[in-house]
Design a protein around this ligand. Sequence first.
Ligand code: AMP
Length: 305
Amino acid sequence: MSVLVVGSVALDSVETPFGKADEVLGGSGTFFAASASHFTSVKLVGVVGSDYPVHKLDPLRARGVDLGGLEQAEGESFRWRGRYRHDLNSAETLETRLGVFSHFRPKIPTEFRQAPFVFLANIDPRLQLEVLKQVERPKLVACDTMNFWIESRRADLIELLKHVDVLLLNDGEARQLTEHANLVKAARWILQRGPRHVIIKKGEHGAFMFTGSTVFFAPAYPLEDVFDPTGAGDSFAGGFIGYLARTGQLDEAHLRRAVVYGSTMGSFAVERFSIQRLLEIGTSDIRSRLDDFRRLVAFEEEMPA
Ligand code: AMP
């Protein structure tokens, strides 16, 4: 089954302790599409400015991502500038320039409106709500957000939650949104406002999935070299939703497996700048890392006498 994603398509400038990248392909929609395209067909809706090197998106097209909903508007592209210090778990935003994004009104092409899986990647919650008005009863709607929108569009975000099945966010964002320091309480607060599942990611410390009655935890892959954490969250979402869309199943067992696929794809994204690594890998790399994950958490139950 296909996935519709609406998100930012950006030019990122990133500084990490290991190097710098200037004006490279980025954006929540871009990372998600690169990751989910390993599992299913992806339809991307977003906007870029007249200065965007659109040809650099060709590798996504080659991977089967439908860019028919990517608008090119007069003006500057969305730009994000961020820095990671030695704690690679949290990005410091140095600059966000919305550019053409500030006037963007998502128009979902008619042929995209019946996509059974919809991912509202990190963009203005008002735009995320507008997307939902245009799609036709998807099987699953998942969404992401970030501190920028929690601060500036809190009421819209809470309204959006009523219409979403799965919310993905990181631990800092969950605390900021709910004003609960404890993540179990934060998850409960979110579950009371609409979503049936909430996934709280803790960077290199793994990810929790909460439902009304269950909790699941998957570790992050213990990588020796994390190069650039940008896009880990969107790539996680791409693995999570891509896997669910591929199987079409939404029971607890599939959702749990989807979290591990999410962790797997996030772990690839951070090995290089931009979407580079996501474009290099193939099915055998994904399978082999899943096997590593299985070994990582395997243990035999034994109660000493
Ligand atoms: P993450 O997966 O959370 O690391 O997301 C990284 C991507 O989010 C970067 O490629 C940025 O271009 C994009 N981004 C940063 N700030 C925003 C924002 N306010 N709205 C939409 N996308 C953003």
